[in-house]
Ligand binder design. Sequence first.
Ligand code: ADP
Ligand code: TRP
Length: 322
Amino acid sequence: LSGIQPTGRFHWGNYFGAIRQYIALQDNEQAFYFIADLHALTTVRNATTLRDFTRDAALDLLALGLDPAKATLFRQSDIPEVTELMWLLITLTPMSLLEKCHAYKDKLAKGLSADAGLFSYPVLMAADILLYDSNVVPVGVDQVQHIEVTRDLAIKFNLTYQRDVFVLPDARVMAETAKVVGTDGEKMSKSYGNTIELFEDAKKLRKKIMSIKTDSTPVEAPKNPETCPVFTLYKLFATAAQQSDLANRYRAGGMGYGEAKQALFEAADAFIGPARARREKLAANANDVEDVLQTGAKRARVKAQEVLNRAREACGLARRGS
Ligand code: ADP
Ligand code: TRP
């Protein structure tokens, strides 16, 4: 199981750090993926924007290869059980555990005021995970702390009520692309304004790539591919042979960064081309996407009701019929 927030269009960091893993793990036919629209409410405060981003997220995921015949794709807010489970968990959550969490801490450090939604965000995430007996949670490195909180809360609940109500989940991080760099060489993130969107059209994609920050080594001089963000990003899209070819050209000198950027553009554009075409087809049939989400929600709810009943019973609330 994993979730992704609809807080903007997906960028390369989202794909290589998270989405690609979802798709790789869907083949066992037990995967659950959801669009975390309830989490997005902590940042998106406009109804049209939230609806658009949610729909874009579904289209992007399907176009990238998420297959609803194999994986269950749904909207978080279509499963009301999740907010109820959040309450059961939050009554056992120490304040000190949430005070340590980075999303909240970072906001405070920047002098911004945090609301109770952001503060308790990790508990909603724990409910997301525990509600479906999830064992493997593919995420980017920045989410590992939240999976640890989830485990802590599951253990605490099981101990408090003396029953094995919840399965303990594990984070799955892909090490080699754990952190995708942005156009400024820092971690790619919406909040840093350094992203390259996955479904950018070819012209804008090229422009974005040309804006990647490089040093002022002259064209003739040999260059180090390993410290160059253009090369680092190229590795995401290129085969091993293409990578060693471009690395040799860096080291030989006589190649400007413009040429490396052009190589990156061509590789990225070729990579996204087929998904772009699939996305256009899907977008033309809006009802089909809604159907996928509804069918997914129905399937997910069956599991959610079973697990929530287990939790309700353990803490002394009545079981509920479906
Ligand atoms: P952003 O930082 O742009 O707001 P999100 O926090 O919405 O991105 O991230 C969604 C998912 O994508 C998370 O699982 C996160 O770990 C992953 N992710 C985001 N940016 C990167 C990156 N630069 N490198 C690797 N993974 C990333
Ligand atoms: N917090 C995650 C992020 O920002 C999104 C998310 C919400 C999630 N619930 C989840 C990820 C449950 C994995 C499991 O990326």
